[in-house]
Design a protein around this ligand. Structure first.
Ligand code: OXD
Ligand code: MN
Length: 638
């Protein structure tokens, strides 16, 4: 609960009186309401009691001039666009249909992991035993008193002169038993517009709340400072989660995962806590459907760290004849075993917040045919004819305005688009969106892929011997750092289950939760580790990737049917010689692609041991130590 001890009670009353709310009215009415020039219309009474209390307390704390409850309508969206143009947050991209360009403050361009915290009474609920009292890369802990102080130092009066928006939203289709509801309060119209794309939001969610008033409270404020059109407070940014109270509070950043609180904060950090409590899985995974030439369709979920090609895989155009891939989601999967023991997954999101650089007609033609209508582009470069450009788009740049709004000078070698520039686009526009993507019960998962960017030593695909081994593969995932957060350089980082920045609770407990999944009557999906990014000694990729990854998926599906097309290695099962279809691919150095260098893997085992000891300690399930010993023994004897 927000404990606004310092807020006088009568302010709560005043806040409610001054609140003006527009629900289900015309565009003109929305426009006036959003500009805050109408007479107050006290309709907070239309909200359910808990939502209303949350709104009133937040208004009392932040002291906005106006409160607007979002209905999610077209009229409201177009009024927001008008307002954001006026404020200099967005400009139209006349080359496309209803597309917009936002340029952020150059200091507000990515998730800030170092300022993202989880608050619990006991530190050990967040931080594994080995790191108690120290900094942990597997979870940033904040004590309740510091949490309160962080809020008290930033929020009182932070929305003065601004409008406070109330966004009722659903993660997952409204009404699905797997979905969850949140209410985000924000003073950023950019966040409101983006949440309309990324979640199901508005009146229908308020209606659903009348049946069940459970929701996650999300409070977001951009803070004072920043550049015109992009208010923010990067020096004091903080992103706080209090799972016990179903609460997320974020201050100082308008960007992506820091401000669209349904995504990483709710669907992953709080989601993972809810999932553990309720016996399901909230994961950083894409979901795709794949149909083989015989017309048999299966679904695969896949965990990769940020910017490792999740969106590309989710929208893959298979090169293998007769295969078809359809997209359910590109970033997050909520998965639960149904009463028949089948693991079912939903994509809790409603849009794609994809990394733009590297997206092209060659790498992801489907994304290219998804994003050029009804999309907000953030921090990409702009062409002279009102279009967008980014590194890797594969069209001639011509004269460009860079992501900072300056004429781009190619000779200076600075990127035209920020490496973490994004498109925010409705999922339903994807030409290969799966017909079941909004299915209330979710899609059945046959296989789980795990992977990362591993230039060295790690084979193209390895199947786990069993579920426990698969959990070990997830626990030991590593990948080169990305631009999606504040890290830089090509350092290979541990990123277990691609969840390192997103765990809502102690990683050791998370592993125990995964290990508890096999139960009588459950059909466990097979687990595989894949690596599209292995390089030769000359630094060239050994595998063509993209649509050719369908060849790996074909082998995965054959293994799901228990075809004996595998052989044992020290790491697990790989395709038996000749069983991975490479027909028509030309020269592929299969030996290097699948080699398991003993010295590399002994060092890897040492690195894993160090990581387990230094970062997890006694919270690590003993099964992981057994798996590590098996790995060592297998590699030594290879
Ligand atoms: C993302 C991320 O934005 O993982 O999806 O950083
Ligand atoms: Mn992600």
């Amino acid at each position: 609960m927000l404990h606004f001890k310092t807020i006088p009670e009568d302010y709560v009353r005043k806040a409610a009186q001054c609140a003006q709310v527009a629900i289900g009215c015309s565009r003109a009415a929305h426009q006036t309401a959003l500009r805050g020039v109408t007479k107050p219309t006290p309709v907070l009474a239309a909200l359910t009691p808990k939502v209303r209390a949350f709104v009133e307390r937040s208004a009392a704390l932040c002291q906005p001039d106006h409160v607007h409850v979002c209905d999610g309508s077209e009229a409201e969206a177009s009024a927001l666009l008008g307002l954001m143009q006026q404020q200099g947050t967005l400009k139209p991209l006349p080359k496309y249909d209803n597309c917009w360009l936002a340029r952020t403050d150059p200091a507000d361009v990515a998730r800030v992991e170092s300022r993202t915290f989880i608050c619990t009474d006991r530190e050990r609920d967040v931080v594994p035993a080995a790191r108690i009292g120290q900094k942990s890369v597997l979870g940033n802990y904040i004590a309740p008193a510091d949490y309160e102080k962080a809020v008290a130092d930033r929020f009182p009066g932070c929305m003065r002169g601004r409008t406070m928006y109330v966004i009722p939203f659903s993660m997952g289709p409204v009404g699905s038993p797997l979905s969850k509801i949140g209410v985000e309060i924000t003073d950023s119209p950019y966040v409101v517009y983006s949440m309309r794309v990324m979640t199901r939001m508005g009146s229908k969610v308020l209606e659903a709340l009348r049946q069940d008033e459970t929701f996650v409270r999300c409070l977001h404020a951009v803070g004072a400072g920043g550049v015109p059109g992009w208010p923010c407070d990067p020096q004091r940014t903080v992103i706080l989660h209090r799972p016990a109270d179903n609460e997320i509070i974020s201050y100082g950043s308008g960007y992506g995962g820091n401000s669209l609180l349904g995504k990483k904060c709710f669907a992953l950090r709080l989601g993972s806590v809810l999932a553990r409590r309720e016996g399901w899985l909230a994961e950083h995974m894409l979901i795709l459907g794949i149909t083989n030439p015989a017309g048999r369709k299966r679904y695969i979920a896949a965990a990769f760290p940020s910017a490792c090609g999740k969106t590309n895989l989710a929208m893959m155009t298979p090169t293998l004849p007769g295969y078809k891939v359809e997209c359910v989601g590109d970033d997050i999967a909520w998965m639960k075993f149904d009463s028949n023991g089948v693991l079912r997954a939903i994509n809790p999101e409603n849009g794609f917040f994809g990394v733009a650089p590297g997206t092209s007609a060659a790498t992801n033609p489907i994304a290219m045919s998804t994003v050029f209508s009804n999309t907000v582009f953030t921090n990409v470069a702009e062409t002279q004819d009102g279009g967008v450009w980014w590194e890797g788009i594969d069209t001639a740049p011509g004269k460009l305005t860079d992501w900072k709004g300056q004429p781009w000078d190619a000779s200076k070698k600075t990127p035209a688009a920020h490496p973490n520039s994004r498109f925010c686009t409705p999922a339903e526009q994807c030409p290969i969106i799966d017909s079941n993507w909004e299915s209330a019960e979710g899609v059945p998962i046959s296989a789980i892929l795990l992977g990362g960017r591993r230039p060295e030593g790690v084979p193209l695909v390895v199947e786990a011997r069993d579920w426990k081994h698969g959990v070990f593969m997830g626990a030991t995932m590593r990948s080169e750092a990305t631009a999606a957060a504040e890290h830089s350089g090509k350092v290979v980082m541990h990123d277990p289950f691609a969840m390192r920045p997103f765990f809502g609770y102690n990683f050791g407990e998370y592993l125990k939760h995964w290990l508890s999944m096999p139960q009588a009557g459950r059909k466990m999906p097979k687990i595989f580790h894949v690596n599209w990014f292995r390089k030769s000694e000359q630094g060239k990729f050994l595998w063509p990737g993209f649509g050719e990854n369908s060849r790996v998926l074909e082998w995965v599906l054959r293994r799901c049917d228990e075809e004996p097309c595998h052989q044992e290695t020290p790491l697990g099962y790989v395709p038996k010689q000749g069983e991975l279809n490479t027909q028509g691919l030309g020269d592929i150095d299969m030996k290097s692609l699948f080699s398991i260098p003993q010295d590399f893997w002994l060092k890897e085992a040492d690195a894993i041991e160090k990581y387990f000891k230094e970062e997890v300690g006694e919270d690590l399930p003993k099964e992981m130590w057994t798996e590590l010993e098996t790995l060592r023994k297998n590699v030594k004897h290879s």
